[in-house]
Design a protein around this ligand. Structure first.
Ligand code: HEC
Length: 224
């Protein structure tokens, strides 16, 4: 089903107006009955729309469907490509390269990415960062952090790592030891297993087609 946002908006306003009239039993707009009705009507309408949209998009938001990559994307090379039609960068999944020296099965990859998500929640990384646009603005958005060129150009040499995942893991285990910008990230006491899982989560997230979010990603490195 393909409903345009304009149809949803007009439909929502129409339903809310009719519901308000019914709930306030035709009271004039200066009466408190009208405004109580209007509040109940808009809450009911918006909740129904949110629920409907959540269910209608389930097929698109499941890992491995629509714009969300499967967990096993962590085994692959990931890049960004300019999409001339959509006018923004979209992730492209490349060859299978493995992750931390092995190819993870779907079950193993799911467990690892999930552990990464739980670790990120346990340390409240969103207190400083945004993930997919949610969170705070003290530190860089992490949606495409895996693709930041600085892992290869700067971090690999200073932490002494061979691969990008290893560089990221080592940096995350002790950021204050390798400060980069004027703002410092504290040491959040990640164990090696937790840091590895966080890297998996960030890599998986970097392959989500986010309609070009965050904009101007490729500039973040030069601007730092
Ligand atoms: C107190 C604020 C704060 C918290 C909490 C925090 N960070 Fe950071 N983070 C920063 C700052 C500041 C930087 C930039 C560091 C620098 O340039 O040296 C940063 C940088 C990063 C980068 C590099 C970003 C890039 O684009 O290359 C990653 C990845 C990262 N943080 C992950 C995390 C994760 C994962 C957590 C939670 C486990 C976390 N951060 C929690 C402040 C924070």
């Amino acid at each position: 089903m393909n409903i345009h946002w304009l149809e949803i908006t007009i439909g929502a306003i129409a339903i809310a107006v009719v519901l308000t009239r019914v709930l306030s039993r035709g009271s004039g707009w200066l009466s408190w009955h009208f405004w109580r009705g209007a509040m109940i009507a808009s809450s009911i309408t918006m909740t129904t729309i949110l629920l409907a949209l959540s269910f209608l998009t389930l097929g698109e938001t499941r890992p491995g469907a629509g714009r969300i990559p499967p967990w096993t994307v962590i085994n692959h090379e990931i890049g960004l490509k300019w999409d001339a039609e959509r006018q923004w960068q979209v992730p492209v999944v490349g060859e299978e390269t493995g992750f931390f020296g092995k190819v993870w099965s779907p079950e193993e990859a799911e467990a690892l990415v999930n552990k990464g998500k739980l670790t990120i929640q346990s340390r409240n990384c969103m207190e400083c960062h945004t993930l997919l646009g949610n969170g705070a603005y003290y530190a860089p958005d992490l949606t495409r952090a895996w693709l930041d060129p600085w892992w290869d150009t700067r971090i690999k040499p200073i932490v002494g790592a061979e691969t990008r995942e290893e560089a990221m893991m080592k940096w995350l285990m002790n950021p204050p030891q390798y400060p980069q910008g004027t703002r410092r990230m504290p040491n959040l006491g990640l164990t090696e297993e937790e840091a590895k899982a966080v890297v998996a989560f960030l890599k998986w997230m970097s392959a989500i087609d986010t309609n070009g979010f965050p904009p101007h990603f490729s500039l973040t490195y030069e601007q730092r």
